[in-house]
Design a protein around this ligand. Structure first.
Ligand code: AMP
Ligand code: TRP
Length: 343
């Protein structure tokens, strides 16, 4: 479908969200946080801690607020600057849930039935899952479009949800004869960090829900633990190849090369040029040193932020006010477009 009839003429804006459930890992850092930091320099950026998405599966009320602060600390420690970007918790801005309801009436059941993340998360138990988990992608579309965001930095696993957001925006614009009201948001996925895989199985993505802690590097891991996990990472009996083509049937090696490239800011080709012909006894320690050098300062800073909860809470409150100032007028316009009583 061409974008032309819906051409959106408003300003560019970046929006993304991270769930406050479980601790963040290297995949989150390379797929999302690192991009957040790069984008804030020359874009208007809004970064949301999506606690309403987190409660689509059980969250202990005793931990939820602290989990939210934990993600805020990870944002700040990674370099997201509250002077340059808005950081806030989703539950404090009611525009998200209001717009999600309107979008529930725009999105079609058939569209949601195609969402692979729901199928993956629900498995055979879909009848026992919350309605919220099924509706999760509609709330995600509302997050993005309550800010008329044009660009969304995410990992590869969010591609299908972004396509749904575009479909909802296009159908809203079309149904309500409001061409260009919503932009069709573009995912920003490219780059070597877009899909970091498990250290134990190169065909599965690195994930907070993997039962094996050795499958992932957490942002809270100590230098020793990071080095040990990389030393134990699954590889094969070969040596480092010369070209990317030779990585096709070696998913674990491909993943480690990708991690090295993303952390060092090099291309995979440059990494291979440096290490081809070497065994993993050379490459793994080099990767461990690099990972520790990049992640340790973040872990230390995170701990420092977490020792001053008042400062985090002040940043989140100010962020929520700033976010509401952008989203509330947009959702008020949506009410007008849909024709609700105004009084
Ligand atoms: P989540 O923790 O599921 O809320 O994800 C937060 C962000 O991290 C999203 O943009 C995801 O796409 C991204 N992400 C999660 N896992 C990975 C991974 N293994 N590789 C790259 N990006 C990821
Ligand atoms: N679904 C995303 C994830 O699991 C998190 C998310 C919620 C999000 N709302 C968003 C990401 C809006 C980008 C934009 O990673």
């Amino acid at each position: 479908m061409s974008d032309a009839p819906q051409a959106y003429a408003g300003p560019e804006r970046v929006f993304s969200g991270v769930q406050p459930s479980g601790s963040l890992h290297l995949g989150n850092y390379l797929g999302a946080l690192k991009k957040f930091v790069d984008l804030q320099e020359d874009h208007d950026c809004v970064y949301c801690i999506v606690d309403l998405h987190a409660v689509t599966v059980w969250q202990d009320p005793a931990d939820l607020a602290q989990q939210t602060r934990h993600i805020a600390a990870a944002f700040l420690a990674s370099g997201v600057d509250p002077e340059k970007a808005i950081i806030y918790p989703q539950s404090r801005v009611a525009a998200h849930t209001e717009l999600a309801w309107y979008f529930n009436c725009v999105a079609r059941i058939g569209w949601l039935n195609r969402m692979t993340q729901f199928k993956d998360k629900a498995g055979k138990n879909s009848e026992k899952m919350s309605v919220g988990l099924y509706d999760y992608p509609v709330l995600q579309a509302a997050d993005i479009l309550a800010f008329k965001a044009t660009h969304v930095p995410v990992g590869e696993d969010q591609k299908q949800h972004l396509e749904l957001s575009r479909d909802i925006a296009a159908k809203f614009n079309n149904d309500f004869k409001a061409p260009g009201f919503f932009p069709l948001p573009e995912p920003l996925i490219k780059g070597p960090g877009a899909r970091i895989m498990s250290l134990r199985d190169g065909t599965k993505k690195m994930s907070k829900s993997d039962p094996s802690d050795n499958s992932r590097i957490n942002l809270t891991d100590s230098a020793d633990v990071i080095a040990k996990k990389i030393r134990k990472a699954k590889t094969d009996a070969g040596v480092m190849p010369e070209s990317k083509d030779e990585l096709k049937d070696r998913p674990e090696v491909d993943n480690l090369v990708g991690i090295y490239a993303a952390l060092s800011g090099q291309s995979a080709e440059e990494v291979l040029a440096e290490y081809s012909g070497q065994g993993f006894g050379v490459f793994k320690p080099a990767l461990a040193d690099l990972a520790v050098a990049k992640l340790q300062p973040i872990t230390e800073l995170m701990n420092r932020y977490l020792s001053d909860l008042d400062e985090i809470d002040r940043i989140l409150s100010a962020g929520a006010d700033a976010a509401a100032n952008i989203a509330n007028p947009i959702v008020a316009d949506v009410r007008d477009v849909m024709g609700f009583w105004k009084g």
